[in-house]
Design a protein around this ligand. Structure first.
Ligand code: GLN
Length: 181
């Protein structure tokens, strides 16, 4: 989805995995896709732009069709069941509650490693997942808190996997050719 925010590095990540990509701004562009990334950015702005472009219903039915979805940061905020601090409308595609900008001002952007030391986590004014409902499973944590969740073919990350060279999350969600072969 290319209405606002950090969609360009996601396009690059998907191209590295051998996928054909397109920037999506209309319902017609959406209909032809096999999968979708909701990038980081500013979730309130993204919500407004979705409304202005008349995309809410098309996006909702696309995601509910079961095609792969990767939501990062602001994208996760759009996808959550509930959004806190400040509260805002969301689509409920992922059974989580998120608190926006919840790492505080001093440390609102930082790089860390997940608890399993499997991936680098780039946090940029990141939300926190404050509750995980029964439909979602936690795939990665940082300091004991969930940072990556999955609900069927939908994945949500509080961090930015597109900003590291590691393509394993994009590959897990969308498939694609291995990089080390
Ligand atoms: N703080 C942003 C928001 O609330 C999300 C930050 C990001 O996507 N990097 O929408």
């Amino acid at each position: 989805l290319a209405l606002q925010g950090g969609f360009a590095p996601h396009l690059h990540a998907l191209q590295e995995l051998g996928h054909k990509t397109r920037e999506v701004r209309t319902a017609a562009e959406l209909a032809e896709l096999d999968g979708l990334v909701l990038p980081g950015g500013e979730s309130t702005t993204q919500l407004r732009l979705l409304g202005r472009h008349g995309l809410d219903a098309a996006l909702d039915s696309f995601v509910r069709s079961g095609r792969p979805l990767l939501c990062t940061c602001a994208g996760l905020i759009l996808a959550a069941r509930q959004v806190l601090s400040p509260a805002q409308r969301s689509f409920g595609w992922l059974d989580v509650s998120v608190a926006r900008n919840a790492w505080g001002r001093q440390v609102d952007s930082f790089i860390a490693s997940d608890d399993g030391a499997r991936q680098q986590l780039v946090f940029i004014r990141a939300p926190r997942i404050v509750e995980v409902g029964p439909q979602a499973e936690v795939l990665a944590t940082y300091q004991g808190e969930p940072v990556l969740v999955r609900q069927g073919s939908r994945y949500g990350a509080t961090f930015h996997p597109e900003l590291t060279p590691d393509r394993s999350l994009h590959q897990a969600v969308f498939g694609g050719q291995g990089l080390s072969a």
